[in-house]
Design a protein around this ligand. Structure first.
Ligand code: DCP
Ligand code: MG
Length: 364
């Protein structure tokens, strides 16, 4: 659509957090393929390889033009030999044999189906795959031992496979707001994750909750879930307590992707309109609720907006380029040996020496 762009004149920075990545871009025919290989590497517990393919895909998402030939890629970062081979084959033949055989493979399809079950990670799925299991039906048939989350995951599998629409997310926002207002007036609620980045569908709905008076948010989650339970709105919930301690989680600790906020993994029972013509009148939707103390809210907001690669790249940038350690709780400056406080995402980008990237352009 933009024939006037000279690919050799486009400068793409090396870290995803230095670039703007819109939701819609020009190279899905390449990024879909690279992301299959990334996902496959993840299924094989090869994180380095998985991230390499994901970074390559992400660079192509940031391009303001559709890649036509290998010349277009000459000055781009993060494109390793393997990624380039795959891209070349797709440009020349229309598809990559490696990608297509991966996509069709028994292992890939089984791992996709099994890790697609709520509560099932790569390790468990891999063990089941080796035992000959391929699908949620197989688990049921062979009477596998399942924990409570996995039981819910199997029970609501079909619903949870269906993408959640923005309209459904908005209905759930209203419900969560009502619940939170009922149990803690003055609390603030933000829609996070993919929907904050402007996605039209998601695999779940993510919320971040805080209160301007620090301390008021303590013990909030059980009150929220009780309220929701009483209204018959929850099919499943598991709450984990806040376990963040600045002294222990800060500089002394290796950077950890998992945050320690009070958090609720849940499955909502969402009433569906009659126009949907659903037989039951409701569907199951995955909802994540996170409670943050006010002083950490900016960090939590940044950490829960994503995308996952964008988050990963922010932390890598902080560590490698700035000698800082970033989490969803705080930013620690190792050179000055102090925590940097922030009230807004803009301040955090500034501390990191990065241009502010709005949520809609964090789709790395
Ligand atoms: N996140 C994180 N650490 C976790 C879980 C999530 O940093 N352990 C962040 C990155 C994600 C955001 O929170 O962008 C929400 O996680 P999701 O898995 O829900 O991802 P998205 O909302 O981006 O995508 P989807 O549409 O699949 O829900
Ligand atoms: Mg999400």
């Amino acid at each position: 659509p933009k024939p006037n762009i000279d690919p050799t004149a486009v400068l793409i920075k090396a870290y995803a957090c230095q670039r703007r990545t819109p939701l819609k871009h020009h190279n899905s025919f390449l990024t879909d393929a690279l992301e299959i290989l990334s996902q496959n590497a993840e299924y094989n517990d090869n994180e380095g390889r998985s991230v390499a393919f994901r970074r390559a895909a992400s660079v192509l998402k940031a391009l303001p033009y559709r890649v036509k030939n290998m010349e277009d890629l000459k000055s781009l970062p993060c494109l390793g030999d393997h990624s380039q081979r795959v891209i070349k084959e797709i440009l020349e033949d229309g598809s990559s044999r490696e990608v297509e055989s991966t996509r069709q493979s028994d292992q890939f399809q089984a791992m996709k189906a099994l890790t697609g079950i709520f509560g099932v990670g790569v390790r468990t799925a891999d063990r089941w795959f080796r035992e000959g299991l391929r699908s949620p039906d197989d688990l049921f048939r062979t009477g596998q031992q399942l924990n409570r989350a996995q039981q819910a995951g199997v029970q609501y599998y079909d619903d949870l496979q269906k993408p959640v629409t923005k309209a459904e997310a908005d209905v759930i926002s209203d419900i969560v707001e009502k619940a939170v207002r009922a149990v803690l007036p003055g609390a603030e609620i933000r829609l996070m994750g993919g929907f904050r980045r402007g996605k039209e569908v998601g695999h779940d709905v993510d919320f971040l909750i805080t209160h301007p008076e620090e301390g008021k948010e303590e013990g909030l989650m059980p009150k929220i879930t009780n309220w929701l339970e009483e209204q018959g709105l929850l099919l499943y919930q598991k709450t984990t307590r806040n376990s963040y301690l600045e002294k222990m989680d800060g500089p002394a600790r290796a950077p950890n992707n998992m945050d320690r906020f009070e958090r609720c993994f849940s499955i909502f029972k969402l009433q569906t309109g009659s126009e949907r013509a659903s037989v039951s009148g409701w569907r199951a939707v995955r909802v994540d609720l996170v409670v943050s103390p006010y002083s950490q809210f900016a960090f939590a907001t940044l950490g829960w907006t994503g995308s996952k690669l964008f988050e990963r790249e922010l932390r890598r940038w902080a560590g490698q380029e700035k000698h800082m350690s970033l989490s969803s709780h705080a930013l620690f400056d190792s050179k000055q040996n102090l925590y940097l406080r922030a009230k807004t995402e803009e301040e955090i980008f500034a501390y990191l020496g990065l241009e502010f990237i709005p949520p809609s352009e964090r789709n790395a």
